[in-house]
Design a protein around this ligand. Structure first.
Ligand code: ADP
Ligand code: MG
Length: 336
């Protein structure tokens, strides 16, 4: 059922969620606003800023990556008409390639740049942008590096509080991303995330989870992309964002309806309150029966002449059930 914006696919997930000590999160989607914004367009050859952006946007029209949305929005904001691309191809975990006006164009990370036969230059410029937390993409045109694009993800107002609440829950936070180490470290530092696993290809994400588990960690993984599905399945608890893809939700045990990680904190608190409530109910039911049944059986009769009329005994028995239910209903008012 749905509780505090949290959808559980199976009851065991509630129990397992309580034992988790490590929460692995994707860089985008979760903790940040999840709406990355284009902040840098840097030509490295004779091509103008507008031309660079127009070529990049032409490729990204065919991509569903959050980075693509940022570039398309950036182009629109600047009133730039995107060229149109043919022979479009999306290279998972690396970028996009295609043909624009007879030129072979690619946009993506260093691995993509190199696969197009282009060499990196001005590496210090890219690295400085990464140190600010920007995701840097290289634009290659006909086998040459033509420019850099930088996208940044603003931090949600509620994030510091969410991180604090997760830490208070005793969870250690790990960022898992295909982005560069420098960018990931910069973002992690700003957010207060404990650890970073960066430059991971999509198919290696499940292995990264396995490695944490081999270190004895109980891992919950939160993700929203199609690529995250194997890692969600590998984790003790897979957590999908309701705002993400259907595939992620299908492979997850839990869905955070509003994509808000604080849902995990609420789910754990509710789970603890539920177990506490069950213990209270068992305790009182036991005490009640331990006292009531012997009285009903006449244990007090020889000494005090007290007998329980069957009618009162039946009423008392029902009252016992009512009190258990009433106690359970208090959970509705639990502050979580
Ligand atoms: P994550 O989901 O962890 O953010 P991905 O595996 O999706 O990372 O991508 C890794 C890197 O590949 C990105 O940081 C980016 O540099 C590049 N990349 C992937 N998809 C695209 C795209 N559509 N356009 C530009 N670059 C991309
Ligand atoms: Mg992703």
């Amino acid at each position: 059922g749905a509780t505090a914006g949290v959808l559980f696919k199976n009851a065991e997930a509630i129990e397992i969620l309580r034992s988790v000590d490590t929460l692995v999160v994707d860089k985008t989607g979760t903790l940040t606003v999840g709406k990355p914004k284009l902040v840098t367009v840097k030509p490295l050859t004779e091509l103008s800023e507008n031309e660079i952006l127009s070529l990049a946007a032409a490729l990204e029209r065919g991509s569903e990556h959050p980075l693509a949305a940022a570039i398309l929005a950036g182009a629109e904001e600047r009133g730039i008409d995107a060229h149109s691309a043919s022979e479009f191809q999306s290279v998972t975990g690396k970028g996009v390639v295609g043909s624009v006006n007879g030129r072979k164009v690619g946009l993506g990370n260093r691995a993509l740049l190199e696969s197009l036969g282009a060499a990196e230059s001005n590496a210090d410029v890219a690295e400085a942008l990464r140190a600010e937390g920007q995701t840097v993409m290289y634009l290659a045109v006909d086998g040459k590096l033509a420019g850099l694009l930088g996208v940044a993800d603003p931090i949600k107002e509620t994030t510091p509080e969410a991180i604090r609440a997760l830490h208070d829950e005793g969870l250690s936070l790990v960022m898992l991303t295909g982005d560069s180490k420098t960018t990931a470290l910069a973002v992690a530092k700003r957010l207060g995330i404990d650890d970073v696993i960066a430059e991971v290809l999509p198919e290696q994400k499940a292995d990264a989870i396995k490695k944490l588990q081999a270190q004895g960690k109980k891992v919950a993984m939160a993700g929203d992309g199609i690529n995250d599905a194997p890692a969600l399945a590998q984790a003790e608890v897979g957590i999908a964002m309701g705002t993400g893809t259907d595939v992620a939700m299908e492979s997850a045990d839990i869905t955070l309806v509003k994509g808000d990680l604080r849902g995990i904190v609420r789910a754990r608190r509710l789970s603890r309150a539920t177990i506490r409530n069950i213990r209270q109910n068992l305790f009182w039911a036991f005490v009640y029966n331990a006292a009531g049944v012997p009285v009903a059986a006449g244990i007090l009769y020889p000494f005090f002449g007290i007998l329980l009329s069957p009618m009162i005994a039946a009423a008392a028995m029902s009252f016992s059930s009512v009190s258990v239910i009433a106690n359970a209903l208090r959970l509705r008012m639990a502050r979580i």
